[in-house]
Write a protein that binds this ligand. Structure first.
Ligand SMILES: [Mn+2]
Length: 228
């Protein structure tokens, strides 16, 4: 089966409970739509679990985008490609839950830390798969500056991770094309921590790191929903 979850935000216990709940095996695939890190305390543990799994496909979120940029500069001081705004980004990241990730990564050995930071570079900007007659486009937050004729590979990473998802706006006319995204807890849309299916949008961030929130997981073959 093919599963998708998002916005785990350092909640390692919910992550492992979810894998157990769905009976995740080597025959399944799992897409994780970003914001694995920050806010919760166990970001490194989740990344270390994901890393060796060949059937877990990570897609980047705004928190990984910030984390990988800042961590690279902090630990390895790589000056090329260093954005001019790095100090603002660092402050912003630490304030938005990055301090927990920094703490969790600092406890690792040098090799462990290098591997985890390198792994953040493996996160893809988006993923698109076909199941039966349906196409699922999986992206952290949707599309900024959306135009239906624009190729998905032409969007910048920023356009794919900072957009505020709006389930009332349909992206693609083709009713067999679904955009699966996270980023905005559904709690903030309708006050419920349930997956929202609307207008070809599937919003799966159910606020795992918030008090009233849950970690959600969706099976794409049968649309079965799981919550922890
Ligand atoms: Mn996000």
């Amino acid at each position: 089966m093919t599963y998708v979850m998002s916005d785990i935000h350092g909640m390692y216990e919910k992550y492992t409970k979810m894998l157990e709940l769905i009976g995740f095996s080597d025959d399944d695939d799992m897409y994780i739509l970003g914001d694995v890190v920050d806010r919760g305390e166990h970001s490194a543990e989740i990344l270390l679990d994901m890393m060796p799994r060949r059937n877990v496909f990570p897609v980047i979120g705004n928190h990984e985008l910030m984390a990988k940029t800042v961590l690279d500069v902090m630990f390895y001081g790589e000056k090329e490609n260093q954005p001019a705004s790095i100090e603002d980004m660092m402050t912003d990241w630490l304030r938005n839950g990055g301090a927990f990730t920094l703490d969790s990564i600092s406890k690792l050995s040098d090799t462990g830390r290098r591997n985890v930071i390198d792994y953040l570079q493996d996160f893809t900007n988006y993923a698109a798969i076909e199941i039966d007659d349906k196409i699922f486009i999986m992206v952290h937050s949707g599309f900024d500056n959306f135009r239906p004729e624009r190729k998905i590979s032409d969007y910048s990473v920023q356009e794919l991770v900072f957009h505020r998802p709006d389930p009332d706006v349909r992206y693609f006319d083709d009713e067999n094309v679904y955009v699966v995204s996270g980023h905005l807890p559904t709690l903030a849309i309708n006050g419920r921590s349930d997956i929202i299916h609307r207008n070809g949008n599937i919003l799966i961030d159910c606020g795992a790191c918030f008090e009233n929130g849950r970690l959600a997981c969706l099976c794409l073959e049968n649309m079965k929903e799981f919550y922890v």
